[in-house]
Design a protein around this ligand. Structure first.
Ligand code: NAP
Ligand code: G4F
Length: 344
């Protein structure tokens, strides 16, 4: 019998990679998408087929803020595995919409867990919660499963609730529920407003089309960046273990935002010069300013340094990433160039 998976957040970066992975593993995959006034299935259009064209991939309308839709979809699909990847996932935006972020990211998780319980499905379903290194926030690196949490944004605080409610339903009701504590992971499918994708898009346009300018915030925060394609494998592996546990997933290397800019310039073979300090720091290409700092991209509270220690996952899940920062950056640039050339 084929396993049935249900993915909340199927239209996002990770949802797209996870869907492809599970389909390859011969699962029947159901995804929850939100009603939107414009198309929001671009990342999964290559695998999406509606009922007129049968495959093992199905989409359903639903929303994590709507308990009824969550409960009804879980009842109807009767899945073996549920992956909760749905979230208002932008840290900066969470300062603008803190209540909505809490509703989706914190209470949305509770809605799924309690539906599993209410529907009497706890012995059938395994649950994955998309936790984040942002929960470590101001805690000193390197961070692992034993590091104290110290959230620094409404997003991180909401995800911390989701983390502990997942632990609580596991301990209180014996639900097979795991928290993946994933460090930053990127890809060509990354949302346009996250820093890596924003840098790649702008620098490719500047390099290929000779137009545009890039405005950034804090150049000196450090992140542990991996490739989403590697990280969805870890999600799946967590649900294949005998016991449900929580795992840190990370590359174990950290780089600054400025390093990432310089790396992309290196791949594109463009030579930039940095001048100035603080908010006056700028990057020049052939004497012209192509990167400036805009205060609006600074956050009220920043997470300065994330560096993951994923030894537990590497040992118990036998997980390790194929990509490093260089191959990740190359993949993002290659795809971006294809996109630009396709649109020319
Ligand atoms: P993403 O690209 O922003 O995708 C988020 C998904 O959640 C999208 O499908 C989005 O739908 C959906 N969503 C948003 N609000 C929803 C709602 N009210 N009800 C139902 N679905 C909703 O994020 P990602 O990078 O794939 O990340 C996947 C998950 O991992 C998220 O929970 C994120 O917080 C977490 N995480 C990500 C990283 C990372 O570095 N990428 C690291 C740690 C944890 P639309 O397409 O309609 O917007
Ligand atoms: O790309 P970012 O927006 O990612 P951030 O805040 O680390 O969050 C991402 O990773 C988390 C895992 O740790 C996920 F949970 C979360 O859902 C999301 O996927 O920003 C990275 C860094 C930050 O320090 C930010 O201040 O880049 C800095 N930055 C500098 N200029 C910028 C910009 N970030 C954005 N988004 N845009 C800028 O212009």
């Amino acid at each position: 019998m084929k396993k049935i998976a249900l993915i909340f957040g199927v239209t996002g970066q990770d949802g797209a990679y996870l869907s492809k992975l599970l389909l390859k593993k011969n699962y029947i995959v159901h995804g929850v998408k939100r009603r939107s006034s414009s198309f929001n299935t671009e990342r999964i259009d290559d695998i999406y087929n509606d009922l007129h064209n049968k495959t093992n991939f199905y989409l359903h309308y639903g929303d994590l803020t709507d308990s009824l839709s969550v409960l009804k979809i879980i009842k109807k699909i009767n899945p073996n595995e549920i992956y909760n990847l749905g979230a208002q996932s932008h840290v900066g935006v969470s300062f603008e919409v803190p209540e909505y972020t809490a509703n989706v990211d914190a209470l949305g998780t509770l809605r799924i867990l309690d539906s599993i319980l209410t529907l009497g499905m706890k012995d059938r379903v395994k649950f994955y919660q998309a936790g984040t290194s942002e929960m470590f926030g101001a805690s000193k690196p390197p961070q692992n499963e034993k590091t104290n949490f110290y959230p620094r944004s409404p997003y991180a605080a909401a995800k911390l609730y989701a983390h502990w409610i997942t632990v609580n339903y596991r301990e209180g009701y014996n639900i097979f529920a795991c928290n993946g504590i994933l460090f930053n992971h990127e890809s060509p499918l990354r949302g346009e407003t996250f820093v890596t994708k924003k840098i790649v898009s702008a620098l490719c346009k500047i390099s290929l089309l000779g137009k545009g300018k890039l405005y950034l915030g804090n150049l000196y925060s450090k992140r542990d960046w991996g490739h989403a394609q590697d990280y969805v494998v870890a999600m799946w592996k967590m649900l294949q273990q005998k016991k449900p546990k929580d795992y840190v997933i990370a590359s174990g290397k950290q780089y600054s935002v400025k390093y990432f800019v310089n790396l992309i310039c290196h791949i594109l073979k463009i030579k930039i010069n940095w001048k100035g300090k603080g908010i006056n720091e700028k990057a020049y290409l052939n004497g012209k300013v192509i990167i400036s700092i805009d205060k609006k991209y600074f956050r009220p509270t920043e997470v300065d340094s994330l560096l993951g220690d994923s030894r537990k996952a590497r040992k118990e899940l036998k997980w390790k990433p194929d990509y490093n920062i260089q191959s990740l950056a190359k993949d993002m640039v290659t795809q971006e160039i294809k996109n630009i050339n396709g649109k020319k």
